[in-house]
Write a protein that binds this ligand. Structure first.
Ligand code: ADP
Ligand code: ZN
Length: 220
């Protein structure tokens, strides 16, 4: 049973780590960013509202984010655990999540804080590409798909997120520092924080996380 939260600045590799962890543990990967992007793609009212904020590098409201997560956590596949990626992103969201978990008699096992410096993160995001269909993450040089522009897993189209531009990434760093970074202390105080250096390869990050969770590394 794993109830995990992935924390860290934009581009730290939360999505990639989540893909790698869900391949290993049978828990759903819940990415508020992916859910919002799917809504944008499908042109839902929620998507239309969210796009304005996302393209500016701003956060959508806590209310919207919490509603998305609550609805998702109610689904059957979350009974065996879950991996939250990109939520919570503000102290208010974390408090609301704690209230929801308390009310359901459950708690988070670990919050994995991925750490890397902003220069490296910028380089990652400028080269990042994402599958339009399944959300898998690629990088033009570090993690290219086998066939250019095509997802290895689902054959979907790979694209460059409209918020992965230098200007928007700078704003997202600012938002991260002011609104999300306080969650590091929040979860340290809850005694569930696991800090991992995310400046190396995705494999390195995965190994460090598995070791930090006290699990066996079976592929080295
Ligand atoms: P990254 O972690 O690389 O910034 P995400 O895909 O997690 O990317 O998020 C993309 C955007 O979606 C954010 O910049 C924000 O606008 C919106 N978003 C995602 N999750 C949340 C959240 N929990 N609260 C508010 N906004 C969110
Ligand atoms: Zn795909």
């Amino acid at each position: 049973m794993y109830r995990l939260i992935l924390l860290g600045p934009p581009g730290a590799g939360k999505g990639t780590l989540a893909d790698n962890l869900t391949d290993r543990f049978n828990v759903p990967h819940i990415s508020t960013g992916s859910i919002l992007r799917r809504n944008i793609k499908e042109g839902t009212p929620l998507g239309k509202k969210a796009k304005e904020y996302m393209d500016k590098g701003a956060l959508v409201s806590d209310e919207i984010a919490m509603r998305i997560v609550e609805n998702r956590l109610k689904e059957d596949d979350c009974k065996n655990g879950f991996l939250l990626d990109g939520f919570p992103r503000t102290v208010n969201q974390a408090e609301q999540l704690d209230r929801y978990l308390d009310a359901n008699g459950i708690s988070v096992d670990k919050v994995i804080d991925l750490v890397a410096d902003e220069e490296l993160l910028m380089e990652r995001m400028i080269g990042r590409r994402v599958c339009k269909s399944c959300g898998r993450i690629y990088h033009i040089t570090a993690m290219p798909p086998k066939t250019e522009g095509v997802c290895d897993f689902c054959g979907g189209e790979i694209y460059h997120r409209s918020d992965d531009t230098e200007e928007t990434v700078k704003k997202r760093f600012f938002v991260y520092r002011s609104q999300t970074a306080p969650l590091i202390d929040y979860y340290r105080n809850e005694g569930v924080l696991l800090t991992v250096d995310a400046s190396f390869t995705p494999e390195y990050t995965l190994k460090a996380v598995i070791a930090g969770l006290g699990l066996q590394n079976d592929n080295n």
